[in-house]
Structures are given as C-alpha cells and as structure tokens.
Design a protein around this ligand. Structure first.
Ligand SMILES: [Fe+2]
Length: 233
C-alpha cells in the first residue's frame, strides 16, 4: 500500500542512537512523554504575524525562528555555525511572541532552536516519505545532556497526528511500535526525536502551526516535566 519505506540508505540510519549522554529516565521506555494540555492561550498573532522562512522538513513546511544559534532569522542547523543545538539567542520574531518566549524561558532548561512550524496538509502516504530521525546532538559533548524536543500545538487539528516509531533491530522504523499523538490545540509532548522516527500526518485543509523547542536533558528539564505531569492531578 505505502509506496515508500526507508531503507538502510536513508540518511537517518547513520545518526547515532546509543551514546553516553545523560538522558531523561522518563523517556527510556517509549522515547516520548505526553504532557497535560497547555493551560494558557496563545494569541494567533504570535504565530501568524511572524517572519517565516522557506525551509522544508517533514513535508511542505515553513519555519519562523524564535531563537537560533546567533539570533539571526536562520533555519540552518546550529552545526553550520559549529554549535550544539543549545544556548540559543532570541530572534526579532520573539518580540512578537511574548507568550511563547515566556513559556520557553519558564522551563528553565538550556534551549536550542525555538521555531514555529507551519505545515501544509499532507495525507499519511505523503507524510511517510518524510519520516526521519533528527540529528539533535551533533557536537554535543558526551558528558552533557542529550538534546530532545518539545511541542506545543498552536492550531487545532484533532484529526492530525504525530506519527512516532521506535527502531527495529535493523535500525529502521518498526511499525509495531507506532504511536499517534493527536494534534489538538494546546497538545504538548516531549520527544527524543533523535531516537524515534517521526512525521506529522495532517489531512486538514489549512496549515498546522506548532511551537518546537530543543531542550537539554538534565535535572532542570526533568523537574519541569515532573511538575507539568503532577499539575494534572
Ligand atoms: Fe524531525
């Protein structure tokens, strides 16, 4: 049915999986954790009126950087500037997104790229063509925390989902591990995107917007996640 499936030649297969970097124990089992929905409202102007760049990742996408390696509106990997995906600087877009800036700062953990993704609709078959793992930890010293990614869904697409798959013994996505995270407004989750293959299936008719942030694993991020989960009770 699906005409595309990654093979050993896929660029993601060469990205390291097992390294000494300190990880978040809560991600050990499945590589992701769902957080309670956001308890704050993000005014649409904070993501609709930003400066977007043409940058393709995971489908027909544009990105609005809120924080980048040097504070410039630049989507390139931090490694192009010899930098790990941490210690980011706010861009001019952040001035127009105070709620989101406050949210990311409030986590307290070291963050790298902070971006709004704008994804055009794509069905599952189209999406699978873009399934991949991220290269989040290039240049990250072995004794520093593993970089993971956090999402906040800004538009409301309950019928769309983040498709996640863990690795099979061959290093390719294992369909028996598929998880679908619904992308309703306010949905929040943290994913080890260097470990899990991922892509968004978005059968809607308008673009989906979400906040994506790279965070360094460590006690600060762990406490923040614990606090978010605890706040659900
Ligand atoms: Fe990715």
């Amino acid at each position: 049915m699906t005409s595309f499936w990654p093979t050993q030649e896929h660029w993601s297969v060469a990205i390291p999986l097992h390294t000494p970097h300190p990880r978040l124990p809560i991600l050990n089992a499945t590589g992701f954790v769902q957080l309670p929905a956001a308890d704050f409202v993000v005014p649409p102007s904070e993501y609709e009126s930003l400066e977007y760049l043409d940058w393709k990742s995971g489908g027909d996408t544009n990105f609005a950087p809120l924080a980048s390696a040097d504070g410039e509106l630049d989507c390139r990997g931090f490694w192009d500037k010899g930098k790990t995906d941490k210690d980011a600087l706010w861009t001019s877009n952040a001035d127009h997104a105070p709620t989101l800036k406050h949210y990311v700062s409030g986590v307290g953990a070291n963050f790298g790229r902070v971006r709004i993704i704008k994804l055009q609709p794509q069905d599952r078959e189209t999406a699978i063509r873009s399934i991949h793992r991220d290269d989040n930890n290039r240049f990250n010293p072995d004794n520093e925390g593993w970089v993971v990614r956090s999402w906040v869904e800004l538009s409301d697409n309950p019928d769309s989902y983040m498709l996640l798959m863990d690795n099979g013994p061959d290093g390719l996505p294992d369909p028996s591990t598929e998880v679908r995270v619904p992308l309703s407004r306010g949905a929040r989750f943290v994913v080890d995107t260097q470990r899990l293959w991922h892509v968004v299936v978005h059968p809607g008719t308008s673009a989906r917007h979400a906040l994506i942030t790279s965070f360094e694993s460590g006690p600060v991020l762990e406490e923040w996640i614990d606090g978010q989960i605890g706040a659900r009770a």
